[in-house]
Ligand binder design. Structure first.
Ligand SMILES: [Zn+2]
Length: 254
């Protein structure tokens, strides 16, 4: 098995959205990562990044949210161009796991009509709630002719313990992470937006953009237990310091 990290561009926003103590006028260019895991029974993609059109015209996809979240990059940062770096096309992807269905994590969903999407039942229901349209969720991202397999609780994708989806709600109702067990590297945790920056994990700083702070803090405690028990390598969802340091495709973890 191999784990590839790919950065689907960046998005400029106020640091205080994620770290409320940060100075108000401090901006950060947050990477939007996706991950691809090769498994003998099929390739698995974790998140699909933003739709590549946002780099030309963010408001056309994100409406008013584009004022607070300004994409930095170009179309070559889109998910399909990233997969080309490792010679993969959409029909090589068996499963797509969406950590959640926000615009920076599910914007490329439509490019994978042959794949099975493993998404939390609660998350899909939340995205389908009309009141939530435009609040991080856009039908244009997720509402396509796609195969959504909804899951509840933990889910061992291939039944062999190598790729396990674990619920970590709080940022969104059905937010989930992926535990990847590699031969050399050991356990890697792809944590999505449960702990987007290092401070959210190590200092228990609660971001401003959670749907449920009590759940979010519980998830951070659950993550600590999981990571300490297995001496796992934690990959944050948007931390520029960390994501600029890790190996990115075509390099990989094995
Ligand atoms: Zn995000």
């Amino acid at each position: 098995m191999r784990l590839y990290a790919m950065i689907c561009g960046r998005v400029r926003c106020r640091q205080a959205i994620f770290l409320p103590e940060a100075e108000k006028d401090r901006y950060v260019d947050m990477p939007m990562p996706v991950f691809l895991i090769t498994h003998p029974e099929g390739n698995v993609l974790f998140d699909t990044g933003p739709h590549p059109d946002v780099f030309k015209d963010a408001a056309s996809r994100w409406g008013g949210l584009a004022k607070a979240f300004a994409p930095v990059g170009d179309e070559s940062d889109g998910i399909l161009k990233q997969l080309e770096k490792i010679d993969l096309a959409p029909d090589n992807i068996k499963y797509v796991v969406n950590s959640h269905l926000h615009f920076d994590h599910a914007g490329g969903n439509q490019f994978f009509p042959e794949s099975t999407f493993l998404v939390s039942k609660k998350e899909l229901a939340w995205a389908q709630t009309p009141d939530n349209e435009g609040k991080g969720y856009f039908k244009a991202d997720w509402d396509h002719k796609l195969t959504y397999q909804t899951i509840e609780g933990e889910h061992d994708i291939f039944g062999d313990g190598t790729l396990k989806i674990i619920p970590m709600p709080g940022h969104s109702p059905g937010h989930q992470i992926l535990r990847v067990k590699l031969e050399k590297q050991g356990v890697v945790i792809l944590s999505g937006d449960s702990v987007p920056f290092r401070e959210n994990y190590y200092e228990f700083v609660v971001p401003r953009n959670n749907i449920d702070n009590t759940q979010a803090i519980q998830s951070v405690h659950d993550l600590h237990r999981l990571i300490e028990e297995e001496n796992a390598f934690l990959i944050h969802g948007h931390d520029p310091g960390q994501l600029d340091e890790i190996k990115t495709a075509p390099e990989c973890y094995t």
